[in-house]
Design a protein around this ligand. Sequence first.
Ligand code: CNA
Length: 239
Amino acid sequence: MSKINKLKDIISNSNNIVFFGGAGVSTASNIPDFRSQDGLYSEQYDYPPERIISNSFFMVNPEEFYRFYKNKMVYRDAKPNYAHIALAKLEEQGKVKSIITQNIDNLHQMAGSKNVIELHGSVHRNYCMKCDKFYDLNYILDYEGVPICNCGGTIKPDVVLYEEPLNNEAMTKAIQIINQAEVFIVAGTSLTVYPAANMVRYFPGEHFVLINKEKTSYDRFADLVINDYIEKVFEEIVK
Ligand code: CNA
């Protein structure tokens, strides 16, 4: 049996599938990932990207942070691709219980998925650091330079930066869901960003499926590894 047919089989026999994804899920929507050969980390900047998108950098140099963030991390016109659409369809059919994502692009929700846990926040939510007032993405992108609140405070994206902890509630819920899943599909992630990557270890079940175009250090733990493009795999699955 081909690997795709094996995956089809696993999916058709379960109503308790949990999906865990990363930046690779959205590259077909023209949002670059970090660690692919043509990802953001392969480009040259004044500072390494890990440094720019860290909390301490944001606090000291918000101008440079926002210059990078607006140019390289926010894609206002991005649309869901086949992977997002197929996952929303599988949720509607009662097969996928939950999506846990490291992405900040909102594309799963845009495709129609309802149960989405955002481990690293979302570019669509932004808050004043002084008065907590909410601002949407358009406000941030249309503001020239560092976006400032009416009260004079600096606005910060609700995105988990390097050096910042994950939201405790999101993390606890994700671990619980992974722990109760029957099928666990991990896709489009290098599994190198912690503590998110560690969550994969909480799956106790039988069907751990890993879909990624490159190998990852977790391949040896998976029952089925498909080294291919996720949008292509999902197009075949729901065909
Ligand atoms: P990463 O470290 O950049 O890894 C991405 C992985 O996906 C790599 O192993 C690639 O080989 C693989 N990949 C790329 N395209 C495809 C594809 N079409 N099909 C299958 N595999 C593919 O990204 P991670 O998500 O592992 O790292 C976590 C970071 C990246 C999180 O903090 C995210 O917030 C952050 N990020 C998010 C976005 C987004 O929201 N779309 C974009 C870029 C980075």
